[in-house]
Design a protein around this ligand. Structure first.
Ligand SMILES: Cc1cc2nc3c(=O)[nH]c(=O)nc-3n(C[C@H](O)[C@H](O)[C@H](O)COP(=O)(O)OP(=O)(O)OC[C@H]3O[C@@H](n4cnc5c(N)ncnc54)[C@H](O)[C@@H]3O)c2cc1C
Length: 608
């Protein structure tokens, strides 16, 4: 089976032809439909990777969920090793080190399909993502040779130790210390890590500690090293089948050669790896939420009230449709980003240091990765919450599957950088690129200013069936430029202390990316079928219309806080002008989308 996965990936090529758009550039440039990767572009090999993963979860993992929830000793690591035997753990590891070296799109399909049981998804991410990739990207040839083949097959399992009791978001405030032993042969580690996924059974730990109490650095620590110990399992609200423990280092002796990357450069390892983890977390959330939607849809046909099936009530249909529309937005963004990452990776494939180039590409798309994390986790939370509501009293019952999904979902907004931290990062990263001149945001802002001063223009009559949606996407981008311009002008370098404004601006960025991704996918699908209307078209139109309302609100909030007097009035008038549009009956659109969900009792746009 592993050879099968490897063969599938060798053949996994995307159908896209043009150079990848730089990260964050979606805010400035209108993308072309044919350049946007969508699930309809997945090839047979990529689909097969998804089927293999889905079958594994359905046949091997879910039947054992009860025992996993009760922490049956040894069961989760046993399943992880089984996943390793069929090649499901080595996606991030190059083939020369025994992995399957999956491209980003295939890795996204894999993560999405491994998420049917939240605890397994988290354990998989803790091992195959953040527990393994630091060695892939930053290891020496000797470190790679020693650890990667065993991590790729699951012979050894991995974990990532960054957080400490007093330092989670503020990870560089770590107290764990490393000093070189008097004979110069070992690093001696002292300190404690907290909330470590896979802590109870992992063999290899990526550990961050400050050399001489100052230089933030990273080490590869094996569980057998003297002075290493794992504490007891945390009693958690959800993902109870996963292992989360503290880790202790008491004069722990780590061989000198197990320093990973350079002394004082641990933050480069930590943040780049979290960046990859964030993207993948969005994909896990997407896969988990699709399963919950399917369960909820089925239930609306099993349960009757007032002599009707729940499925016949408009308010139940509205919920199913909103769940599917949120998923459609997340899926459209994630696969679009994965397509851009793969294109950039193939452009860099000829370079001498392929691994370093890959790291650079992933850094380039850090904004899209944070969006994947924030939007993916929040849509999953919405989906599980609505599923509980659809199940009514039974939704609150532990014997029904949605209660567990509800509890399991909650942690996603907390780890891999809280959603608050990621919102701050999205805007900060954009500003950094603007200051460096790699993203001409200032120039675009100045051009918009001229457009506003020139006064209202007549709208061109346009027979494009997507004209309203195109305008909505353009208005979202303009709203960002306008509101961000006001905020930067008023607060300049102090803007990062105005967190509410920054979050509102990041929300606009996310909505703009989601709107455009939905639009391009809807257009691509309509062009392929030769018809503009379909449940997918309706999902795209409903999403874009509603997102427009949200964008206008976020932009008003930011402008009201950042501008005063005439300048504020002028900006609010411009916003009003951007958002002057024909009304859309989103209830009718949602009914069509709900019909699509109910027709198959599943998310209706899979692979489309
Ligand atoms: C089940 C589970 C598994 C985990 N697995 C791992 C793992 O494998 N490895 C690992 O290293 N860690 C892991 N973590 C830890 C996780 O990454 C941290 O909990 C997370 O980073 C948040 O840190 P904290 O808990 O210290 O919260 P805090 O940093 O104290 O944050 C508390 C609140 O304050 C907000 N906040 C903090 N700073 C700011 C700011 N600058 N601006 C605005 N708001 C702010 C946060 O958004 C949050 O809402 C795990 C946690 C859990 C619960």
């Amino acid at each position: 089976m592993e050879t099968q996965l490897r063969r599938e990936n060798n053949m996994a090529t995307t159908t896209l032809t043009h150079a990848a758009a730089p990260g964050g550039s979606f805010l400035l440039d209108a993308s072309r439909t044919e350049d946007v990767f969508t699930p309809a572009d997945l090839n047979d090999d990529q689909k097969l990777i998804g089927q293999t993963a889905d079958e594994f979860i359905t046949k091997e993992v879910l039947p054992l969920a009860q025992e996993l929830e009760q922490h049956k000793p040894g069961l989760m690591p046993q399943l992880m090793k089984k996943a390793g035997e069929i090649g499901l753990l080595g996606g991030g590891v190059p083939e020369e080190y025994g992995g399957t070296g999956l491209d980003k799109i295939s890795a996204t399909v894999l993560a999405e399909n491994l998420a049917g049981y939240g605890s397994f998804g988290v354990s998989h991410g803790g091992h195959a993502g953040i527990g393994t990739l630091p060695i892939v990207y930053f290891g020496t040839p000797e470190q790679k040779q020693k650890y990667l083949p065993k991590l790729a097959t699951g012979e050894w399992l991995g974990a990532y130790c960054l957080s400490e009791p007093q330092a989670g978001s503020d990870a560089q405030n770590a107290l764990t210390r490393a000093v070189l032993s008097p004979d110069g042969k070992h690093w001696i580690l002292n300190g404690q890590k907290m909330w470590i996924t896979n802590g109870g059974f992992a063999d290899v730990f990526i550990v961050f500690a400050k050399v001489d109490g100052e230089k933030f650095s990273c080490f590869i620590v094996e569980k057998g090293f003297p002075g290493f110990s794992a504490g007891g399992e945390e009693k958690k609200m959800g993902i109870k089948g996963s292992s989360t423990t503290p880790i202790f280092f008491e004069n722990c002796k780590v061989p000198k050669e197990n320093l990973l990357h350079e002394i004082g450069r641990g933050h480069i390892v930590a943040f780049n790896i979290l960046n990859v983890g964030r993207f993948t977390l969005g994909a896990y959330c997407l896969g988990g939420a699709k399963r919950v939607l399917a369960v909820a849809s089925k239930y609306t046909k099993e349960r009757k009230a007032f002599g009707k099936q729940l499925a016949d009530f408009g308010l139940m249909q509205e919920k199913l449709a909103s769940m599917a529309i949120g998923l459609f937005a997340v899926e459209s963004m994630i696969y679009r980003s994965a397509g851009m990452i793969d294109r950039a990776l193939s452009a860099a494939a000829g370079s001498a240091d392929k691994t370093q180039q890959s790291m650079k590409v992933l850094e380039e798309y850090a904004i899209e990765s944070s969006i994947s994390k924030v939007y993916g986790t929040e849509v999953l939370d919405f989906v599980v919450d609505e599923a509980v509501q659809i199940f009514g009293g039974y939704g609150f019952h532990e014997e029904y599957p949605v209660a567990r999904a509800y509890r399991d979902s909650r942690v996603n907004r907390i780890f891999e950088g809280t959603n608050e931290i990621n919102r701050m990062l999205i805007f900060q990263m954009l500003m950094k690129r603007a200051m460096k001149g790699t993203l001409p945001l200032m120039q675009a802002g100045a051009k918009l200013q001229e457009e506003i001063l020139a006064g209202p223009q007549m709208d061109d009559s346009d027979d494009n069936p997507w004209a309203a949606e195109e305008k909505g996407v353009a208005s979202a981008k303009k709203s960002f430029l306008l509101a961000a311009g006001a905020a930067v002008m008023r607060y300049q370098m102090e803007l990062e202390n105005q967190q509410e404004i920054v979050a509102a601006l990041s929300n606009i960025v996310m909505e703009a990316y989601a709107m455009e991704s939905c639009l391009r996918r809807g257009q691509k699908s309509a062009a392929a079928r030769g018809a503009a209307s379909s449940a997918m078209g309706d999902a795209a139109r409903a999403f874009i219309y509603d997102a427009g309302d949200r964008v206008e609100k976020f932009a008003r909030t930011a402008v009201c806080a950042a501008a005063e007097g005439d300048s504020q009035r002028m900006m609010l008038a411009a916003l009003k002008r951007f958002w002057k549009r024909e009304a859309v009956d989103t209830i009718a659109l949602r009914r069509n989308v709900a019909a699509g969900v109910l027709a198959g009792d599943r998310y209706p746009f899979d692979g489309k």
